[in-house]
Design a protein around this ligand. Structure first.
Ligand code: NAP
Length: 464
């Protein structure tokens, strides 16, 4: 039987194993201790449920309280971010950094600037980051941060003043060997530049390795901008290959039109796919001839405009208000690359009805637990975010390595390493899924493969 969210719930009242009771107990504690944090609960549940076979096989993890410790952040910092807007008005946002787990390396994870940011979102992202970072094979712990600041509609000067104020507090807690933030939603090369400038100014030295996703002129890595999108496609390519399928000639839908979406579209197109739709938070475009990526890049990366403008240059394409409608567009492969919970059960059922063959999660937790069930029950190839979008942080770790060496690899060298890392993540996830009795279930496989390395390090380091 495929292990899914619903059938685990249904079996709960039958014969519970000790491992299942342990997992349930830890999950109840998480809910009690972190009330009203639904996204964090969702992320914890997804991981904990897939770890039951691990505790059945290795009770020593239960005996050493690994789960109780792994669900509790090592540290959570919340701070005030005051800044002055262009009208001279004082504004106040809230800043966050969760340093979740440093068992295998310095904390590492992006910063998100979006009005929806709160403790629950930051903790879900930080928790997932522990396992994702472990999967990359690189020595990096899990963290995440950000602010409820909305960069949309702000001037360049306002973005700079906000970023400087944010870093004036954050700098106390980060460093190249302590905690290395990067970008995420609303934080791209421009924001990283301002954050790095302020860190350098306060600290008085050039510590390139304190942030990743930097511009190429001051310590950034080639291929970092492309890494998450390309990596997602590399992972899905491996998954398709295992069933004799490929991107060549397939129809693809990609949600979002930000950093991850743009480079997922680029790589899918390079591999011969026709990408017919993409979106932003207002709506989506459908171009039956295939999306013209140069137009999307110009609109989003240069002019910072809405995706609706696409149809002005491509009048044969359609613009539809509302971003969730994108899942009605029939496709062979769907790559959700916008945000969390963008595919619910209903959207998943439509995708299946329209004949989707594979899902590759470029965004973090874009499918609800119920949507994942729909995909697994219908034997749709499903690449979970933790594994599929790990390419971004993997290349961030390569950026850290280049900064330490004071050396820069070529685009081709980094791209080749990224591809190798994504292939290894795929293979390790498949292997773990098979070993623990859930072949073809990459959700279980990725969670277990990511967990084991961290758990073993925590065991070796003692009760801390
Ligand atoms: P980004 O460049 O800021 O782009 C985000 C895109 O998603 C934009 O098109 C945005 O539209 C859309 N979006 C954001 N919030 C939305 C919402 N509530 N509903 C619908 N659409 C929404 O961010 P990104 O770096 O591409 O990140 C996208 C996803 O990938 C996130 O889940 C992020 O955590 C994940 N991820 C990113 C990286 C990375 O390296 N950047 C690595 C791993 C995972 P608007 O422009 O209208 O807001």
């Amino acid at each position: 039987m495929v292990m899914t969210y619903k059938n685990i719930e249904q079996n709960e009242n039958k014969n519970l194993t000790r491992a299942r009771m342990y997992v349930n107990h830890v999950f109840e504690t998480v809910k009690r201790r972190n009330p009203n944090e639904s996204e964090f609960h969702q992320a914890v549940k997804e991981i904990l449920d897939s770890l039951v076979p691990v505790f059945e096989k290795h009770p020593q993890y239960m005996e050493n309280g690994i789960l109780e410790r792994i669900v509790e952040p090592e540290r959570m910092i919340i701070f005030r971010v005051p800044w002055v807007d262009d009208q001279g008005k004082v504004r106040v946002n809230r800043g966050f950094r969760v340093q979740f787990n440093s068992a295998i390396g310095p904390y590492k994870g992006g910063l998100r600037f979006h009005p929806s940011v709160n403790a629950s979102i930051i903790k879900f992202l930080g928790f997932e980051q522990i396992f994702k970072n472990s999967l990359t094979g690189q020595p990096i712990g899990g963290a995440k941060g950000g602010s409820d600041f909305d960069p949309k509609g702000k001037s360049d000067q306002e973005i700079m003043r906000f970023a400087q104020s944010f870093m004036t507090e954050l700098y106390k807690y980060i460093g190249p060997d302590t905690d290395v933030p990067a970008g995420d939603i609303g934080v791209g090369t421009r924001e990283i530049g301002y954050l790095f400038g302020q860190y350098k100014r306060i600290r008085g030295g050039f510590e390139a390795g304190v942030l990743t996703g930097k511009g190429l002129e001051y310590g950034g890595s080639l291929t970092r901008k492309e890494a998450t999108g390309y990596g997602t496609v590399y992972f899905v390519e491996e998954m398709l290959k295992s069933k004799g399928l490929s991107f060549e000639g397939s129809t693809v839908v990609v949600s979002g039109s930000g950093n991850v979406a743009i480079y997922a579209i680029e790589k899918a197109q390079q591999l011969g796919a026709k990408v017919v739709a993409c979106s932003d938070s207002d709506g989506y475009i459908y171009d039956p001839n295939g999306i013209d990526l140069e137009t999307v890049k110009k609109l989003k990366e240069v002019e910072r405009k809405r995706i609706s403008e696409y149809v002005k240059e491509h009048p044969h394409a359609e613009y539809h208000e509302g971003c969730s409608g994108i899942w009605n567009v029939p496709c062979d492969i769907a790559l959700p690359c916008a945000t969390q919970n963008e595919i619910n059960e209903e959207a998943a059922l439509i995708l299946v009805k329209n004949g989707v063959k594979a899902i590759g999660e470029g965004a973090n937790m874009p499918s609800t637990l119920e949507a994942i069930d729909v995909f697994l029950n219908n034997k749709i190839l499903f690449a979970p975010a933790k594994a599929a979008n790990a390419g971004g942080v993997a290349v961030s770790a390569l950026e850290m390595a280049q900064n330490s060496m004071r050396y820069a690899w070529s685009f081709e060298e980094v791209d080749a390493k990224l591809k190798e890392i994504m292939t290894n993540i795929y293979k390790n996830s498949v292997k773990a899924a098979e070993e623990y009795g859930h072949p073809d279930n990459l959700v279980v496989g990725a969670n277990i493969a990511g967990f084991l390395k961290v758990a073993n390090a925590m065991m070796a380091e003692g009760i801390i």
